[in-house]
Design a protein. Structure first.
Length: 401
Protein backbone atom coordinates (compact mmCIF):
# COMPACT_ATOMS: atom_id res chain seq x y z
CA UNK A 1 0.00 0.00 0.00
CA UNK A 2 1.37 3.40 -1.01
CA UNK A 3 1.29 6.15 1.61
CA UNK A 4 0.89 9.62 0.14
CA UNK A 5 2.05 12.80 1.83
CA UNK A 6 2.29 16.46 0.93
CA UNK A 7 5.16 18.54 2.30
CA UNK A 8 6.48 22.02 1.84
CA UNK A 9 10.11 20.94 1.40
CA UNK A 10 11.72 17.60 0.59
CA UNK A 11 15.46 17.25 1.22
CA UNK A 12 16.95 14.41 -0.81
CA UNK A 13 20.13 13.39 1.00
CA UNK A 14 20.82 13.38 4.72
CA UNK A 15 24.61 13.74 4.52
CA UNK A 16 26.56 16.77 5.67
CA UNK A 17 24.95 19.19 3.20
CA UNK A 18 21.42 17.86 3.62
CA UNK A 19 21.75 17.75 7.41
CA UNK A 20 23.12 21.32 7.50
CA UNK A 21 20.15 22.36 5.39
CA UNK A 22 17.70 20.73 7.77
CA UNK A 23 19.30 22.54 10.71
CA UNK A 24 19.24 25.85 8.83
CA UNK A 25 15.50 25.42 8.19
CA UNK A 26 14.77 25.06 11.93
CA UNK A 27 13.60 28.68 12.44
CA UNK A 28 11.18 28.44 9.49
CA UNK A 29 9.91 25.05 10.66
CA UNK A 30 9.24 26.46 14.10
CA UNK A 31 7.93 29.89 13.06
CA UNK A 32 5.85 28.91 10.02
CA UNK A 33 5.09 25.29 10.70
CA UNK A 34 6.74 24.12 7.48
CA UNK A 35 6.50 20.41 6.88
CA UNK A 36 9.92 19.11 5.85
CA UNK A 37 10.80 15.59 4.74
CA UNK A 38 14.32 14.17 4.66
CA UNK A 39 15.06 11.17 2.42
CA UNK A 40 18.37 9.39 2.99
CA UNK A 41 19.42 6.16 1.27
CA UNK A 42 21.87 4.94 3.94
CA UNK A 43 20.96 3.96 7.47
CA UNK A 44 22.34 6.57 9.84
CA UNK A 45 24.26 5.73 13.02
CA UNK A 46 22.74 6.78 16.32
CA UNK A 47 23.84 10.30 17.25
CA UNK A 48 25.64 9.38 20.48
CA UNK A 49 27.63 12.52 21.20
CA UNK A 50 28.76 11.49 24.68
CA UNK A 51 29.89 8.05 23.52
CA UNK A 52 31.72 9.26 20.41
CA UNK A 53 35.24 7.89 20.05
CA UNK A 54 37.54 9.46 17.43
CA UNK A 55 38.83 6.95 14.89
CA UNK A 56 42.40 7.11 13.60
CA UNK A 57 41.06 6.47 10.10
CA UNK A 58 38.17 8.96 10.17
CA UNK A 59 37.91 11.26 7.15
CA UNK A 60 37.82 14.97 7.97
CA UNK A 61 36.84 18.26 6.33
CA UNK A 62 38.44 21.68 6.42
CA UNK A 63 35.88 24.18 7.71
CA UNK A 64 36.55 27.80 6.80
CA UNK A 65 36.15 30.57 9.37
CA UNK A 66 33.04 31.76 7.56
CA UNK A 67 31.54 28.25 7.81
CA UNK A 68 32.31 28.18 11.52
CA UNK A 69 30.19 31.32 11.90
CA UNK A 70 27.37 29.71 9.94
CA UNK A 71 27.47 26.67 12.24
CA UNK A 72 27.42 29.07 15.18
CA UNK A 73 24.23 30.57 13.75
CA UNK A 74 22.74 27.08 13.46
CA UNK A 75 23.48 26.46 17.13
CA UNK A 76 25.77 23.47 16.54
CA UNK A 77 29.28 24.91 16.64
CA UNK A 78 29.90 24.64 20.39
CA UNK A 79 29.30 20.89 20.20
CA UNK A 80 31.18 20.52 16.91
CA UNK A 81 34.18 22.39 18.34
CA UNK A 82 34.79 19.59 20.86
CA UNK A 83 36.48 17.56 18.11
CA UNK A 84 37.63 20.44 15.87
CA UNK A 85 41.29 21.34 15.40
CA UNK A 86 42.05 24.95 14.58
CA UNK A 87 44.34 25.97 11.72
CA UNK A 88 46.71 28.67 12.94
CA UNK A 89 48.88 28.84 9.81
CA UNK A 90 48.84 27.60 6.22
CA UNK A 91 52.23 26.92 4.62
CA UNK A 92 52.18 26.84 0.79
CA UNK A 93 55.17 25.64 -1.22
CA UNK A 94 56.23 23.99 -4.48
CA UNK A 95 58.43 20.91 -4.68
CA UNK A 96 62.04 21.59 -5.75
CA UNK A 97 61.49 25.37 -5.48
CA UNK A 98 62.54 27.75 -2.71
CA UNK A 99 59.45 29.95 -2.94
CA UNK A 100 56.84 29.65 -0.20
CA UNK A 101 54.13 31.70 1.43
CA UNK A 102 52.64 31.58 4.91
CA UNK A 103 49.22 32.74 6.00
CA UNK A 104 48.63 33.18 9.73
CA UNK A 105 45.53 33.73 11.83
CA UNK A 106 47.35 36.39 13.83
CA UNK A 107 48.05 38.45 10.71
CA UNK A 108 44.35 38.40 9.76
CA UNK A 109 43.14 39.16 13.28
CA UNK A 110 41.09 35.96 13.65
CA UNK A 111 41.36 33.16 16.17
CA UNK A 112 41.85 30.58 13.39
CA UNK A 113 42.11 30.43 9.60
CA UNK A 114 39.75 27.49 9.70
CA UNK A 115 39.12 24.20 11.46
CA UNK A 116 39.46 20.51 10.66
CA UNK A 117 36.52 18.41 11.84
CA UNK A 118 36.07 14.63 11.45
CA UNK A 119 33.17 14.03 9.07
CA UNK A 120 31.63 11.41 11.36
CA UNK A 121 31.58 13.82 14.29
CA UNK A 122 30.19 16.64 12.18
CA UNK A 123 27.41 14.33 11.01
CA UNK A 124 26.62 13.19 14.54
CA UNK A 125 26.32 16.77 15.80
CA UNK A 126 24.10 17.83 12.90
CA UNK A 127 21.83 14.79 13.26
CA UNK A 128 21.54 15.30 17.00
CA UNK A 129 20.17 18.77 16.20
CA UNK A 130 17.84 17.36 13.52
CA UNK A 131 16.44 14.91 16.09
CA UNK A 132 15.08 17.92 18.00
CA UNK A 133 13.03 19.10 15.01
CA UNK A 134 9.67 18.03 13.66
CA UNK A 135 10.78 16.32 10.45
CA UNK A 136 9.37 13.51 8.30
CA UNK A 137 12.25 11.02 8.09
CA UNK A 138 12.48 8.39 5.37
CA UNK A 139 15.66 6.49 6.16
CA UNK A 140 16.84 4.24 4.71
CA UNK A 141 14.89 5.05 1.56
CA UNK A 142 15.67 6.05 -2.01
CA UNK A 143 13.83 8.33 -4.39
CA UNK A 144 13.10 5.95 -7.26
CA UNK A 145 11.23 8.41 -9.45
CA UNK A 146 10.84 12.20 -9.48
CA UNK A 147 8.28 13.94 -11.68
CA UNK A 148 7.60 17.67 -12.07
CA UNK A 149 4.05 18.78 -11.33
CA UNK A 150 2.20 22.09 -11.37
CA UNK A 151 2.53 22.33 -7.57
CA UNK A 152 6.10 21.05 -7.25
CA UNK A 153 7.47 17.54 -7.69
CA UNK A 154 6.18 14.06 -6.99
CA UNK A 155 8.70 11.72 -5.38
CA UNK A 156 8.16 7.98 -5.35
CA UNK A 157 10.19 6.37 -2.57
CA UNK A 158 11.47 2.84 -2.07
CA UNK A 159 9.70 2.59 1.32
CA UNK A 160 6.19 2.63 -0.26
CA UNK A 161 5.71 6.34 0.32
CA UNK A 162 4.89 8.96 -2.26
CA UNK A 163 5.61 12.61 -1.50
CA UNK A 164 4.43 15.74 -3.23
CA UNK A 165 6.79 18.60 -2.35
CA UNK A 166 6.39 22.28 -3.18
CA UNK A 167 10.20 22.56 -3.08
CA UNK A 168 12.60 19.66 -3.64
CA UNK A 169 16.25 20.10 -2.70
CA UNK A 170 18.74 17.68 -4.24
CA UNK A 171 21.61 17.27 -1.76
CA UNK A 172 22.42 13.68 -2.65
CA UNK A 173 25.93 14.22 -4.01
CA UNK A 174 24.72 13.74 -7.58
CA UNK A 175 24.96 9.94 -7.35
CA UNK A 176 21.26 9.06 -7.34
CA UNK A 177 20.49 9.72 -10.99
CA UNK A 178 17.69 12.15 -10.11
CA UNK A 179 19.27 15.03 -12.05
CA UNK A 180 19.31 12.81 -15.11
CA UNK A 181 15.64 11.86 -14.58
CA UNK A 182 14.84 15.56 -14.66
CA UNK A 183 16.94 16.17 -17.76
CA UNK A 184 19.58 18.19 -15.89
CA UNK A 185 22.94 17.52 -17.52
CA UNK A 186 26.32 17.92 -15.85
CA UNK A 187 29.53 19.15 -17.41
CA UNK A 188 32.59 17.14 -16.39
CA UNK A 189 36.21 18.11 -16.96
CA UNK A 190 38.54 15.32 -15.78
CA UNK A 191 41.80 16.45 -14.21
CA UNK A 192 43.44 13.10 -15.05
CA UNK A 193 44.30 12.88 -11.36
CA UNK A 194 43.27 10.83 -8.35
CA UNK A 195 43.47 11.75 -4.67
CA UNK A 196 44.93 9.32 -2.15
CA UNK A 197 43.44 9.98 1.30
CA UNK A 198 44.81 8.71 4.62
CA UNK A 199 45.53 9.76 8.18
CA UNK A 200 49.09 10.00 9.45
CA UNK A 201 50.88 10.02 12.77
CA UNK A 202 53.77 12.50 12.84
CA UNK A 203 56.78 12.70 15.12
CA UNK A 204 56.15 16.22 16.40
CA UNK A 205 53.13 18.36 17.31
CA UNK A 206 51.73 20.20 14.30
CA UNK A 207 50.76 23.31 16.32
CA UNK A 208 47.79 23.87 14.03
CA UNK A 209 49.83 24.28 10.84
CA UNK A 210 48.28 23.06 7.57
CA UNK A 211 50.48 22.41 4.55
CA UNK A 212 49.75 22.73 0.83
CA UNK A 213 52.61 21.51 -1.35
CA UNK A 214 52.49 21.51 -5.13
CA UNK A 215 54.36 18.53 -6.54
CA UNK A 216 55.10 17.36 -10.07
CA UNK A 217 52.05 15.09 -9.95
CA UNK A 218 49.65 17.55 -8.31
CA UNK A 219 49.01 19.14 -4.91
CA UNK A 220 49.65 17.43 -1.59
CA UNK A 221 47.91 18.70 1.53
CA UNK A 222 48.30 17.92 5.23
CA UNK A 223 45.58 19.04 7.65
CA UNK A 224 45.99 19.08 11.46
CA UNK A 225 43.90 16.60 13.43
CA UNK A 226 44.95 15.39 16.89
CA UNK A 227 48.13 16.61 18.54
CA UNK A 228 50.31 14.34 16.42
CA UNK A 229 47.89 13.31 13.65
CA UNK A 230 47.28 14.86 10.25
CA UNK A 231 45.03 14.07 7.31
CA UNK A 232 46.77 13.55 3.98
CA UNK A 233 45.30 14.42 0.57
CA UNK A 234 47.89 13.32 -1.98
CA UNK A 235 47.23 13.92 -5.68
CA UNK A 236 48.48 11.37 -8.22
CA UNK A 237 48.39 11.20 -11.98
CA UNK A 238 45.54 8.91 -12.99
CA UNK A 239 46.69 5.32 -13.17
CA UNK A 240 49.54 5.73 -10.69
CA UNK A 241 47.50 5.72 -7.49
CA UNK A 242 47.13 1.92 -7.52
CA UNK A 243 50.85 1.39 -7.04
CA UNK A 244 50.86 3.81 -4.09
CA UNK A 245 47.90 2.06 -2.47
CA UNK A 246 49.67 -1.28 -2.88
CA UNK A 247 52.82 -0.17 -1.03
CA UNK A 248 53.52 -1.51 2.43
CA UNK A 249 53.01 1.03 5.21
CA UNK A 250 56.76 1.50 5.60
CA UNK A 251 57.34 2.01 1.88
CA UNK A 252 54.35 4.36 1.65
CA UNK A 253 55.73 6.55 4.44
CA UNK A 254 59.22 6.54 2.92
CA UNK A 255 57.91 7.66 -0.45
CA UNK A 256 55.70 10.34 1.10
CA UNK A 257 58.61 11.62 3.19
CA UNK A 258 60.72 11.95 0.05
CA UNK A 259 58.02 13.97 -1.75
CA UNK A 260 57.00 16.17 1.17
CA UNK A 261 60.18 16.61 3.17
CA UNK A 262 60.36 16.97 6.94
CA UNK A 263 58.50 20.23 7.59
CA UNK A 264 55.90 18.31 9.60
CA UNK A 265 58.47 15.96 11.16
CA UNK A 266 58.82 12.26 10.43
CA UNK A 267 55.80 10.27 9.30
CA UNK A 268 55.50 7.33 11.70
CA UNK A 269 52.17 5.64 10.98
CA UNK A 270 49.56 5.60 8.22
CA UNK A 271 45.95 4.46 8.44
CA UNK A 272 43.65 3.03 5.81
CA UNK A 273 44.24 4.47 2.36
CA UNK A 274 41.51 5.40 -0.10
CA UNK A 275 41.62 6.88 -3.61
CA UNK A 276 39.08 8.60 -5.83
CA UNK A 277 39.29 10.26 -9.26
CA UNK A 278 39.27 14.05 -9.51
CA UNK A 279 37.16 16.08 -11.92
CA UNK A 280 35.48 19.44 -12.07
CA UNK A 281 31.77 18.63 -12.33
CA UNK A 282 29.15 21.36 -12.64
CA UNK A 283 25.42 20.95 -13.13
CA UNK A 284 24.06 22.85 -16.13
CA UNK A 285 21.09 23.96 -13.99
CA UNK A 286 21.06 24.54 -10.24
CA UNK A 287 17.46 25.69 -9.87
CA UNK A 288 14.04 25.41 -11.48
CA UNK A 289 10.53 26.13 -10.23
CA UNK A 290 10.21 24.01 -7.12
CA UNK A 291 13.76 22.63 -7.33
CA UNK A 292 17.30 23.47 -6.19
CA UNK A 293 20.50 21.46 -6.62
CA UNK A 294 23.02 21.77 -3.79
CA UNK A 295 26.47 20.56 -2.75
CA UNK A 296 28.35 18.06 -4.90
CA UNK A 297 25.21 17.51 -6.94
CA UNK A 298 25.67 21.10 -8.14
CA UNK A 299 29.47 21.39 -8.16
CA UNK A 300 32.24 18.90 -7.37
CA UNK A 301 35.61 20.65 -7.05
CA UNK A 302 39.24 19.63 -6.80
CA UNK A 303 40.20 19.45 -3.10
CA UNK A 304 43.27 21.66 -3.68
CA UNK A 305 41.82 24.69 -1.90
CA UNK A 306 39.39 22.90 0.42
CA UNK A 307 36.46 24.92 -0.89
CA UNK A 308 33.85 22.29 -1.80
CA UNK A 309 31.91 21.90 1.44
CA UNK A 310 32.36 25.54 2.41
CA UNK A 311 30.87 26.63 -0.92
CA UNK A 312 27.98 24.21 -0.38
CA UNK A 313 27.29 25.52 3.12
CA UNK A 314 27.11 29.10 1.86
CA UNK A 315 24.60 27.85 -0.70
CA UNK A 316 22.52 26.33 2.10
CA UNK A 317 22.50 29.58 4.06
CA UNK A 318 21.65 31.68 1.00
CA UNK A 319 18.79 29.37 0.07
CA UNK A 320 17.27 29.62 3.54
CA UNK A 321 17.69 33.42 3.49
CA UNK A 322 15.85 33.59 0.14
CA UNK A 323 13.11 31.32 1.49
CA UNK A 324 12.70 33.40 4.63
CA UNK A 325 12.39 36.61 2.60
CA UNK A 326 10.04 35.08 0.03
CA UNK A 327 7.72 33.48 2.59
CA UNK A 328 7.52 36.80 4.46
CA UNK A 329 6.35 38.39 1.19
CA UNK A 330 3.63 35.77 0.74
CA UNK A 331 5.25 33.49 -1.83
CA UNK A 332 5.07 29.71 -1.48
CA UNK A 333 8.09 27.44 -1.25
CA UNK A 334 9.54 26.83 -4.68
CA UNK A 335 8.07 29.92 -6.31
CA UNK A 336 10.35 31.30 -9.03
CA UNK A 337 10.62 34.62 -7.18
CA UNK A 338 12.35 32.72 -4.36
CA UNK A 339 14.42 30.56 -6.70
CA UNK A 340 15.63 33.58 -8.69
CA UNK A 341 16.54 35.37 -5.47
CA UNK A 342 18.51 32.31 -4.37
CA UNK A 343 20.42 32.15 -7.65
CA UNK A 344 21.16 35.87 -7.55
CA UNK A 345 22.80 35.37 -4.16
CA UNK A 346 24.86 32.39 -5.35
CA UNK A 347 25.99 33.00 -8.91
CA UNK A 348 29.05 35.21 -8.31
CA UNK A 349 30.36 33.27 -5.32
CA UNK A 350 29.97 29.98 -7.18
CA UNK A 351 31.73 31.23 -10.32
CA UNK A 352 34.56 32.85 -8.38
CA UNK A 353 35.30 29.76 -6.28
CA UNK A 354 35.16 27.39 -9.25
CA UNK A 355 37.43 29.69 -11.26
CA UNK A 356 39.88 30.03 -8.36
CA UNK A 357 40.01 26.31 -7.57
CA UNK A 358 40.28 25.21 -11.19
CA UNK A 359 42.83 27.90 -12.02
CA UNK A 360 45.05 26.88 -9.10
CA UNK A 361 45.09 23.25 -10.25
CA UNK A 362 45.96 24.21 -13.80
CA UNK A 363 48.57 26.83 -12.88
CA UNK A 364 50.57 24.40 -10.76
CA UNK A 365 49.98 21.54 -13.19
CA UNK A 366 52.02 23.14 -15.99
CA UNK A 367 55.59 21.86 -15.96
CA UNK A 368 57.33 24.39 -18.21
CA UNK A 369 60.61 25.38 -16.44
CA UNK A 370 60.14 29.12 -16.99
CA UNK A 371 56.67 28.98 -15.48
CA UNK A 372 58.02 26.97 -12.55
CA UNK A 373 60.47 29.80 -11.80
CA UNK A 374 57.67 32.35 -12.15
CA UNK A 375 55.49 30.39 -9.70
CA UNK A 376 58.33 30.25 -7.20
CA UNK A 377 58.86 34.00 -7.54
CA UNK A 378 55.14 34.49 -7.18
CA UNK A 379 55.05 32.55 -3.92
CA UNK A 380 57.93 34.61 -2.57
CA UNK A 381 56.22 37.79 -3.73
CA UNK A 382 52.94 36.71 -2.19
CA UNK A 383 54.72 36.13 1.09
CA UNK A 384 56.02 39.73 0.94
CA UNK A 385 52.84 41.38 -0.36
CA UNK A 386 50.78 41.51 2.80
CA UNK A 387 47.58 43.15 1.50
CA UNK A 388 47.24 40.79 -1.48
CA UNK A 389 47.94 37.75 0.67
CA UNK A 390 45.35 38.86 3.22
CA UNK A 391 42.74 39.44 0.50
CA UNK A 392 43.25 35.95 -0.93
CA UNK A 393 43.13 34.44 2.55
CA UNK A 394 39.88 36.19 3.44
CA UNK A 395 38.31 34.89 0.24
CA UNK A 396 39.44 31.34 1.03
CA UNK A 397 38.03 31.71 4.55
CA UNK A 398 34.62 32.64 3.18
CA UNK A 399 34.78 36.13 4.68
CA UNK A 400 34.66 37.88 1.28
CA UNK A 401 32.97 36.88 -1.98
Amino acid sequence: MTHRHQVDIAIVGGGLVGASLGCALAPLIQARGLRVAVIEAAALPRADLDGYQPSFDARASAIAQGSRWHFQTLGVWDEMARQARSISMIHVSEQSRLGATRLTAEELGVEALGYVVPNAWMGQVLHARLAELELDWHCPAKVEHITPQADGHRLVLSDDHEITAALTLLADGGRSGLKEQLGIASHEVPYEQSAVIANLEVSQPHHGVAFERFTRNGPLALLPLGRDRMELIWTHESGTEGATLALSDADFLTRLQHVFGERAGRFRRVGKRHAYPLSLITADEVMRPGLAVLGNAAHALHPVAGQGFNLALRGVMDLVAALEQGLAQGYRCGDMVIMNAFEARRVHDRRNVIRFSDGLVRLFGITHPLLSHARAAGLVGLNLAGPLRRTLARRAMGLER
